[in-house]
Design a protein around this ligand. Structure first.
Ligand SMILES: CC(C)(COP(=O)(O)OP(=O)(O)OC[C@H]1O[C@@H](n2cnc3c(N)ncnc32)[C@H](O)[C@@H]1OP(=O)(O)O)[C@@H](O)C(=O)NCCC(=O)NCCS
Length: 185
């Protein structure tokens, strides 16, 4: 595909699920993703349900397309279920293996940050395999700070790996009040 074609980022749709899964499966096979073995791969219906759930809760779920083909995706999920954590999300971002290093991750990350802030979220958290240089650099570029290392939490292909926890605030972050429903726990 022509690498000069423009990249568009938009909310995902049901028919994006298959290409999103193909991107995900390929990264698992290459062992980039932390701690996930092939047996844990979600099925298309799981992903469709998850996508609908996210949309119902106003959690951004985006794809990047080039020439009509899905070349990457990014989404957030709640950081934790308890209501006190409702302003904090955890994100994931994946770029098609044939389209790496061409700015797609950057576009998706910016769009995800903007959409997350617009939806009223205040903190964004990511877990990155300590050996995932590309992802660590991408997050640093977008102002994520390393807030922790979880040693030996992943085991794959006969080897233990650390995870790095990164965080950045969205909008006013923790410096401003929350509108109206602040009294909820
Ligand atoms: C991490 C990932 C999303 C980056 O996407 P990408 O489209 O290749 O990245 P971009 O081309 O937009 O580059 C953005 C920044 O990432 C960094 N980066 C990308 N590839 C890199 C590499 N191979 N080595 C070091 N830094 C890299 C750079 O800081 C770059 O900024 P720059 O262009 O100003 O130098 C992609 O590598 C990916 O999908 N990896 C597999 C899945 C994954 O690990 N997801 C993250 C889980 S936390």
């Amino acid at each position: 595909m022509d690498a000069d074609l423009p990249i568009f980022v938009r909310p995902s749709r049901d028919d994006d699920v298959e290409p999103m899964l193909a991107i995900y499966r390929r990264h698992i096979r290459r062992g980039i993703e932390a701690g996930v073995e092939e047996t844990g791969t979600p099925q298309p219906d799981d992903l469709k349900d998850r996508r609908k759930n996210l949309r119902n809760r106003r959690l951004p779920h985006l794809v990047a397309t080039r020439g009509g083909e899905v070349v990457g995706y990014a989404y957030v999920v709640p950081f934790r279920k308890r209501p006190a954590y409702r302003f904090t999300v955890k994100h994931s971002i994946y770029v098609h293996h044939e389209h790496l290093g061409r700015g797609i991750g950057r576009l998706l990350m910016q769009a995800l940050i903007d959409a997350g802030a617009a939806a009223g979220f205040r903190q964004m958290i990511g877990y990155i395999d300590a050996e995932n240089t590309a992802s660590l650099a991408l997050h640093e570029r977008f102002g994520f700070v390393r807030v922790g290392v979880l040693p030996g939490v992943a085991y794959r292909y006969g080897k233990w790996s650390d995870s790095v926890m990164v965080q950045r605030s969205l909008g006013v972050g923790a410096t401003g009040p929350v509108a109206t429903e602040a009294s909820q726990r």
